[in-house]
Design a protein around this ligand. Structure first.
Ligand code: PEP
Length: 253
């Protein structure tokens, strides 16, 4: 991997952890990783714990991320949170278009694209998730599906595209314990970089970081994270246990 692409490992805590439990988890991670500057580390707790976790990691290089946001800056959108509200809590990152949001909440590529633009306008770094279902993989449609998601979710960003983090998360590997092989993941990551080049230019495609997500654990992290186009991980289940998350980060050099 070229040196200019610093690895990035993010923990997606999903709808887990009370504020007290979130504080304890963040403190444990901070104890182990406060001095770790070789990798960008991001914690994405639920909205309710953003302030608490943000306070714990405030004096470290660990960054705060949210799991979703609304595309509008403010207004009558009951129950929603805007990009500026996340910035107000010192969020640096926001996960957008996670497969659970696409499948359970009907988020389309077009909706994700609006959110990506709103996030960038508020100087948040979007972590944009793409990935095929098992049905799509078995039907030989992986490239087609992923290309469309990348093209549509990241349309019209111009030079801002280089700032976006993309997470390739095969849906069949999320929370299933069934991980993509390093070769399977590398193949799609390299393909995503080709798509990025086609919609922008070579320099932008080489700068953009592409994480792998889907049952990443300490035992498989090294083999995934040493692939040339895998620039980090988006970690779900294993990010809920400090020991596992920290071990994954340590393998991401
Ligand atoms: C995720 O939901 O982003 C994820 C990768 O989950 P898990 O690590 O549990 O498969």
């Amino acid at each position: 991997m070229p040196k200019f692409r610093k690895k990035i490992v993010a923990g997606n805590w999903k709808m887990n952890k009370s504020t007290a439990d979130a504080q304890a988890l963040a403190e444990e991670i901070k104890r182990e990783l406060a001095q770790h500057s070789e990798t960008d580390v991001v914690l994405c707790p639920p909205f309710t714990a953003l302030k608490t976790v943000g306070d714990v990691i405030a004096d470290t290089s660990i960054k705060l991320g949210a799991q979703n946001m609304h595309a509008e800056p403010e207004g009558a959108y009951t129950g929603e949170i805007s990009a500026n509200m996340l910035r107000d809590l010192y969020c640096w990152y926001v996960i957008l278009g996670h497969s659970e949001r696409r499948a359970l909440f009907g988020e389309t590529d077009e909706a994700v694209n609006r959110k990506v633009k709103a996030a960038l306008a508020a100087t948040l770094v979007p972590i944009v998730c793409v990935g095929e279902t098992l049905l799509e993989r078995d039907a030989g449609q992986t490239r087609d599906v992923v290309r469309k998601q990348v093209e549509r979710s990241l349309a019209g960003l111009g030079s801002e595209l280089a700032k976006v983090v993309i997470a390739y998360e095969p849906v069949w590997a999320i929370g299933t314990g069934r991980v993509a092989t390093p070769d399977q993941a590398q193949e799609v990551h390299a393909f995503i970089r080709e798509v990025l080049e086609a919609i922008s230019d070579r320099a932008t495609a080489q700068c953009a970081r592409i994480q792998y997500g889907g049952s990443m654990k300490p035992a498989n992290a090294h083999d995934l994270l040493t692939q040339p186009d895998i620039d980090g991980g988006l970690v779900g289940g294993a990010s809920l246990e400090a020991r596992l998350f920290v071990e994954i980060v340590r393998r991401a050099l």
